[in-house]
Design a protein around this ligand. Structure first.
Ligand code: F6R
Length: 614
């Protein structure tokens, strides 16, 4: 949520900032702005809406005669104050000398705002951020040092903040501050970068310094100093930046989402190659000692949000089936506001693609305080959630740019299947032939996924036929209830069509009242599964209410051809692994529906990829 960038060096500052913001657009797109230090004069440019609007503002400027040596930039996902130019960052002090961009939420901003107003500071926005500007400015006027002013001000701020700050009177530096919001420093050759996330510095910086909470970096053109909030020097080891521009390119696809959907077979192939020699060998868990982590564990709690929560729902079935350990699944935002009955016999698994989701991080911290062991499953081993972990399961799905999660979900599922198999192997909680059968089937999954991705005509046709409908109902049972939820989430978030996922057996307890000829019902089915016959009965009930029926099922499903208006089929697969394969047509259906409606697939309205506020 919100992306910030900073640059100090000899290249065209406005261009470096813009391209950095472009690669952080997934973090928000309500407004954008940059501040440039032109030989001592600070100029701020801001625009409402997407980054293109800011580009237009900048294109109208002539920078050729300017001597710009540093700048900061911001892309906003509005929290406090609407998406207006006044609320866009950077915000500046009343004398125009200090500018700041912020990601996070300052919780005590109201008290501070009143205090600063009484002292004569004028506010021009509704943001919490402007409070930080005036507070640092107030301290600066006393201390006459930006570093000292920042250190003094942060001790008065509550909440989450990553800042980039520049001051007219100290043009040799940008100060970067991190507390509960991600921030990195990229090191270049006689130039340095600051960013919320790695994509902004890929192809620009050679090395990276990860700031920890309660740290600030004084970033100059030729050196970077890191200190804690008491002003004590901290030694940081810069790490190599192991990403190339290719990692964040669209590779010829129209949208990142389509590219990421199509990357899934190879991602799974790589994960399997690293963790499993063949169906006869035990599963390796990449440095994670499954035996030790699960020793003495009597209960598993899985905590996550959104799509990751759906992966948790699948994992619950898999862990219960293979390990016999009781599993609870909870939305992180709910977990943190109840009595938490967690103890040292509990393993808490926090699943988060970004590793920066505030709710999930808070929930994991809480579980840790109660004595639970923590396992995090994340695509970003450099992320905040990892700090609280006793073990980390990396997804290695590559950078996911599209706001709608696709490849990370599939990688979460497969990683969790492998972990459950590894635990079952260590604890001898499932028959060896069951486990080797599963492993064999996992190895066959990438080729089956490719088959689905290679035959999208029916899915495209359905998308075009049904994209005019106002609502959809997705139904499933058992392990695929998560598929119904995930399919519905994907459809609503990128097409804006109202879609709800329901346990098929619940339909008759209320939602059936919604059914008529204008309500498509999409059923996720696995022929031969223990719930198949009951699913068919639920589909019959829907048909009897004139609903249009779409089946997402396997090739083995031929018994009820006449029942469905449409059938989207994937290769035959066992029930336990079916969520991986059945989800792909659901991703594609959402994608082609959004495309048919002309939606902004990669950047759906009101959303941001990394949800760093609670
Ligand atoms: C949906 C989506 C979101 C995220 C959710 C959690 O497509 O992307 O629902 O799944 O915000 O994000 P992470 O996994 O980063 O914690």
């Amino acid at each position: 949520m919100c992306g910030i960038v900073g640059y100090i060096g000899n290249n065209a500052v406005e261009e470096v900032l813009l391209s950095g913001l472009k690669s952080l657009e997934y973090r928000g797109y309500d407004s954008a702005g940059i501040a440039l230090n032109d030989n001592g004069q600070i100029d701020v440019y801001r625009a409402k809406g997407k980054l293109d609007n800011l580009s237009r503002v900048l294109n109208a400027q002539d920078f050729s005669h300017k001597h710009i040596s540093q700048g900061i930039g911001h892309i906003r996902w509005a929290t406090h104050g609407g998406a207006t130019v006044e609320n866009a960052h950077p915000h500046k002090s009343n004398d125009g000398k200090l500018v700041l961009v912020h990601n996070g939420i300052i919780e005590n901003y109201k008290e501070l705002r009143e205090e600063l107003k009484r002292e004569g500071f004028h506010f021009f926005s509704q943001t919490d951020t402007e409070t930080a500007v005036h507070l640092i400015d107030r301290e600066y006027k006393v201390l006459r040092s930006l570093e000292a002013a920042v250190i003094s001000a942060v001790s008065k701020l509550r909440g989450a903040f990553a800042f980039c700050i520049m001051h007219h009177d100290e043009p040799d530096k940008i100060i970067a501050v991190r507390k509960n919001a991600p921030l990195i420093v990229g090191l270049g050759n006689n130039e340095n970068f600051i960013a919320s996330d790695i994509p902004a510095i890929i192809g620009k910086a050679q090395k990276i310094v990860y700031l920890d909470d309660n740290e600030l970096a004084i970033v100059r053109k030729d050196n970077v100093t890191v200190k804690d909030f008491n002003g004590r020097l901290i030694n940081k080891n810069p790490e190599a930046l192991n990403f190339a521009a290719e990692d964040i390119s669209k590779r010829g696809y129209k949208h990142y989402m389509l590219k990421e959907i199509n990357e899934q077979p190879d991602i799974i192939r790589n994960v399997l190659a690293r963790r499993m020699k063949d169906a006869g060998s035990p599963v390796a868990t990449d440095g994670l000692d499954a035996g030790q982590l699960f020793a003495g564990v009597e209960k598993i709690e899985i905590i996550a949000c959104g799509t990751s929560l759906h992966a948790a729902m699948v994992a619950r079935h898999v862990f219960e089936e293979l390990t016999g350990i009781a599993v609870t699944v909870e939305a992180a935002s709910e977990y943190i506001y109840k009595r938490v009955l967690t103890d040292e016999k509990t393993l808490c698994i926090g699943i988060s693609q970004s590793g920066e989701t505030a709710d999930t991080i808070t929930a994991v911290k809480l579980a840790k305080e109660k004595g639970a062991k923590i396992l995090t499953v994340t695509n970003r081993i450099d992320s905040s959630i990892v700090r609280y972990a006793d073990g980390v399961l990396p997804l290695e799905a590559g950078i996911e740019v599209s706001v709608a999660a696709t490849k990370s979900y599939t990688a979460q599922l497969v990683s969790l299947y492998l972990l459950a198999i590894a635990v079952a192997e260590v604890r001898h909680s499932a028959a060896p032939e069951v486990l080797s059968g599963l492993k064999q089937e996992l190895l066959e999954l990438p080729a089956k996924m490719e088959q689905v991705l290679g035959a999208t005509e029916t899915i495209k046709r359905c998308a075009e036929k049904y994209c005019g409908n106002k609502s959809f109902i997705y139904i499933a049972r058992g392990i695929n209830l998560a598929s119904a939820y995930e399919g519905a989430l994907k459809l609503k978030e990128i097409s804006y069509i109202n879609a709800g996922g329901y346990a098929a057996g619940e339909l008759k307890h209320g939602p059936i009242a919604l059914l008529d000829e204008n309500m498509p019902v999409l059923a996720v089915l696995v022929p031969g599964s223990r719930t198949y016959d009951k699913m068919i009965s639920n589909c019959e009930e829907a048909k009897a209410r004139h609903a249009r029926l779409i089946a997402v099922t396997t090739e083995a499903d031929n018994a009820h051809e006449g029942l469905f208006d449409e059938q989207i089929k994937v290769p035959a697969v066992s029930e336990i692994l079916s969520p991986v394969l059945l989800n792909i047509p659901l991703q594609l259906l959402a994608y082609y529906t959004a495309e048919a409606l002309g939606r902004e697939v990669d950047q759906p309205r009101n959303l941001a990829k990394s949800v760093t506020v609670e």
